[in-house]
Ligand binder design. Structure first.
Ligand SMILES: *Cc1c(COP(=O)(O)O)cnc(C)c1O
Length: 381
């Protein structure tokens, strides 16, 4: 139950374990083309340009930055935690003048503050972390993208912990790049960086005056490959991770078959059940408000008097694996539970059960069973 790599569907793992075909075999070409078409449905971006590249989520962040930034461009980074800080580091590498708006852990940044900053000077790019996996904070990108458009600023959404788990309507909301990785709510083992680039962002890339300062990440190299596979033609720039892409096709098909709305509601219900269960146990959540709590993972403070090692070990003894803290300043004070992708009601009940067993073993004073009962009530409404 960690926030990535998540648990994977048997059919996805089966595709991953099938014999590796040639990257120019007709079946593989077709799979790749299908992935490109399915991505547009999941991102809700009918005219977006998908990129499927071997690498992790950090490469997806790096690619978006490398292709849009030129030296001395102004970039505004909205940081709600660990991955916002990372985005600032990445954009600096490409010579951007970076301004970071930060906030107290567990909170978001007020829209007025963002608009005031965008009004100060001409920003080429704004970056937003949709769900910061270090804090469990959900930052609604819709109003931010709207403001960005008003100031003619391109928006990049780090959706590594949100795409296919939290609602995103990329085109309707006007977000220029939405990026993710395979191992989170997309439901495929680690190794794929996935990006969806708007027409406007592709125009901006095509109008660059300087070459992209990163050979592997350069859209110039990958755009013809994506176009070829979409047209069901063979092509080569760098060998694609054939098995991962075969597995991606299976997972994307499962996601589309479930339906985006149904999928988002399932995530909301399971997340609500887990959060309310933690509160019923008397534990405190890191996000300061339910309105900005993620539906893909939850960050909860350890109970008073129980240290990180004891807590994580005792839950592990109950066969549930959860993650420790990630934010350096609070690392030893909270734990994280991922509930995205193929997560179901039984998974979350088992997790709450393991947490309750840990509390009982630690002689924590609370009403036994109240976490499970709270979750059951929510899951069965
Ligand atoms: C996991 C994650 C990343 C980094 O992805 P990697 O695949 O580990 O490189 C970036 N941003 C967010 C929000 C994440 O959750």
């Amino acid at each position: 139950m960690i926030p990535g790599p998540i648990e994977f569907e048997p059919a996805v793992l089966q595709a991953l374990g099938a014999p590796t075909s040639s990257h120019v075999a007709p079946d593989f070409i077709n799979s790749f083309g299908n992935c490109i078409e399915l991505m547009r449905k999941i991102w809700q971006s009918p005219t977006g340009q998908p990129f499927i590249i071997a690498g992790s989520g950090t490469l997806a962040m790096d690619m978006a930055a490398a292709n849009l930034i030129e030296s001395n461009d102004n970039v505004l980074v909205l940081s709600t935690g660990y991955f916002g800080e990372r985005y600032a580091e990445i954009t600096k590498r490409y010579g951007a003048n970076v301004t970071i708006l930060t906030t107290e852990p567990g909170t978001t940044i007020p829209l007025e503050k963002i608009e005031t900053e965008l009004a100060k000077k001409s920003y080429k790019i704004i970056t937003i972390t949709h769900v910061d996996t270090s804090t469990g904070v959900l930052f609604d990108p819709k109003p931010i993208a709207e403001i960005a458009k008003k100031y003619n600023t391109l928006s990049i959404l780090d959706g590594v912990c949100s795409v296919a788990g939290e609602e995103i309507k990329q085109e309707e909301w006007g977000i220029d790049i939405v990026l993710t990785a395979s191992q989170k709510a997309i439901g495929v083992p680690p190794g794929l960086a996935l990006l969806m680039v708007s027409k406007k962002a592709m125009e901006s890339f095509k109008n660059r005056k300087s070459p992209v300062g990163n050979y592997y990440a350069d859209f110039t190299n990958w755009l013809p490959i994506m176009n070829a596979y979409e047209n069901r033609q063979a092509s080569y720039f760098g060998t694609p991770p054939v098995n991962l892409i075969a597995a991606l096709e299976v997972s994307l098909q499962q996601i589309v078959a479930e339906g985006m709305e149904t999928r988002f509601i399932r995530h909301i219900k399971i997340a609500t059940a887990f959060r309310e269960a933690m509160l019923a146990l008397g534990l405190l959540l890191l996000p300061t408000n339910k309105n900005h709590s993620a539906n893909t993972l939850t960050a909860t403070y350890y109970p008073k008097g129980i240290d990180a090692t004891t807590f994580l070990q005792k839950i592990g003894n109950n066969n549930v694996i959860v993650a420790g803290g990630l934010l350096p300043s609070l690392k030893t004070q909270y734990f994280r539970v991922g509930h995205m992708g193929s997560v179901n009601n039984n998974d979350i009940l088992a997790t709450i059960g393991a947490i309750e067993s840990c509390l009982i073993a630690c002689k924590y004073n609370y009403e036994k069973g109240i976490g499970i009962k709270t979750a059951l009530n929510i899951l069965n409404t």
